[in-house]
Ligand binder design. Structure first.
Ligand code: C2E
Ligand code: MG
Ligand code: MG
Length: 423
């Protein structure tokens, strides 16, 4: 007998072995990473949830699940891996619900593979993750692929029914790419159909691929006919988004709306998204503290600029400077503590810059009027600020008297438009 062997086979086997070792190591040492991708409601533009996506570091780089999930499934490592992702994601989303105003209903979608679903203790794992995080069952959605439903119909129906009895929702992921036996839509307890990204990519920008358009429209109609919600994956352009809206798709995710991010990045993203959807109520000029004085927080990394700003405002025209910060992080902490009425915010600072700090400041001090004080080119600032919710912009470097005047004019402005005051 003759057996052919080439080095590619060994390299493949070696790689699999190394990946398996890396996975085992990440599970044992709890260093598995979870990324979060926002899910948006198309009608309102609001973020309704995030999908948790696993990552594992291998030789200094992040592997994507397409490489390690199949190996995890074969080796059984998917069970501890899935449990870790589920626990971490539930805890993280419960924390966002508690800490970011307006996101009390934020949901989380977690992927489950066939092998996990069929495991004896699967519903127990789910309810344990809910209990330990305090997340409401209705805020968790498990995403399963069609193949799961076809593999062992009876057993998967039982597992799904048990999980759904907890109040957890079920989504069919990558809908349309498997065998697409539509029977299961009648028989399985499903809440959401996720339209696979390969179909979404066929939409726009100038003309739609007729086949993809028919499939996307068909899946959306099918979902509605069964009383289910449709979610589009892989939205990469505004044309795709527009088309999905026209077709009546409820939810969408994709790089155009938000890429998968670390928990820290997601926090900032969520806070920014919240401030875009619900700008804090504008306070009238008369709405100061009890004693009628406005409390100012000065933020600038440059010491002399900081001093200049403090001098321009302290004790004058009803302003009191309550604190000064030298970077964005300190600014957020001080804003949380002092709840200032006015924040004078520099943009270019080491560490957390003004633009990144702004939504966080607004989240912790929602009543504050934030005024950017910067030496950046005004056109650039104007563009950056259009959606940030700052009250106005004052060019830095001029005489303190004129900066004071400019801030007064912005605060007294009757309308909400950005007032750009060049020095
Ligand atoms: P999925 O559940 O369909 O996840 C969506 C995938 O599409 C993610 O890939 C995401 O990064 C990618 N994606 C999102 N928006 C766009 C876009 O606009 N353009 C493009 N080109 N791609 C986009 P990722 O993270 O590589 O995950 C791949 C698959 O791995 C997932 O597909 C899911 O089936 C599986 N997976 C991920 N995490 C887990 C997990 O914790 N457990 C299990 N069992 N499977 C997981
Ligand atoms: Mg998914
Ligand atoms: Mg998918």
């Amino acid at each position: 007998r003759c057996v052919m062997f080439d080095t590619a086979m060994r390299n493949g086997a070696d790689r699999r072995h190394l990946v398996e070792t890396a996975l085992r190591d990440a599970i044992d040492h709890d260093t598995l990473l979870v990324r979060y991708q926002p899910i948006i409601e198309l009608a309102s533009g609001r973020v309704t949830g995030v999908e948790a996506l696993a990552r594992c570091r291998f030789r200094g780089e992040e592997m994507t699940p397409d490489e390690f999930i199949p190996i995890a499934e074969e080796t059984g490592l998917i069970i501890p891996l899935g449990a870790l992702v589920l626990r971490q994601a539930c805890a993280q989303v419960a924390e966002w619900q508690r800490t970011i105003p307006g996101l009390e209903q934020l949901g989380v979608a977690v992927n489950r593979s066939a092998r996990e679903l069929m495991t004896e203790g699967s519903p127990l794992d789910v309810s344990a993750a809910l209990t330990s995080s305090g997340l409401r069952p209705g805020d968790l959605c498990l995403e399963i692929t069609e193949s799961v439903l076809l593999k062992d119909g009876g057993a998967s129906a039982r597992a799904l029914t048990e999980i759904r009895r907890l109040g957890v929702r079920i989504a069919v992921d990558d809908f349309g790419t498997g065998y697409s036996s539509l029977t299961y839509l009648k028989e399985f307890p499903v809440d959401i159909l996720k339209i696979d990204r390969t179909f979404v990519w066929g939409l726009g920008p100038t003309v739609d691929d007729p086949g993809d358009l028919a499939i996307v429209a068909g899946v959306i109609d099918l979902a509605h006919a069964f009383g289910l919600t449709a979610t589009a994956e892989g939205v990469e352009t505004s044309a795709q988004l527009g088309r999905l809206k026209q077709l009546g798709c409820e939810l969408a995710q994709g790089y155009f709306l938000g890429v998968p991010m670390t928990a820290e990045e997601t926090t900032v993203w969520l806070v920014q998204a919240q401030s875009r959807v619900t700008p804090p109520a504008r306070r009238s000029i008369g709405a100061q503290d009890d004693d009628g004085r406005r409390r100012v927080l000065v933020v600038d990394d440059d010491r002399s600029a900081r001093t200049l700003l403090c001098l321009a405002f302290e004790g004058r025209d009803g302003f009191d400077v309550v604190a000064a910060a030298s970077d964005g992080r300190e600014a957020v902490a001080l804003a949380r503590h002092h709840r200032p009425d006015v924040v004078l915010l520099d943009l270019a600072m080491p560490g957390l810059g003004g633009l990144a700090a702004l939504p966080l400041i607004r989240a912790v001090a929602p009543g504050a009027d934030v005024i950017i004080v910067s030496s950046l080119d005004t056109g650039e600032v104007d563009r950056q600020l259009a959606a940030s919710g700052a009250r106005g912009f004052v060019a830095k470097g001029g005489d303190p008297e004129r900066m004071h005047e400019a801030v007064m004019r912005i605060l007294e402005g009757a309308d909400d438009s950005l007032l750009v005051v060049a020095d």
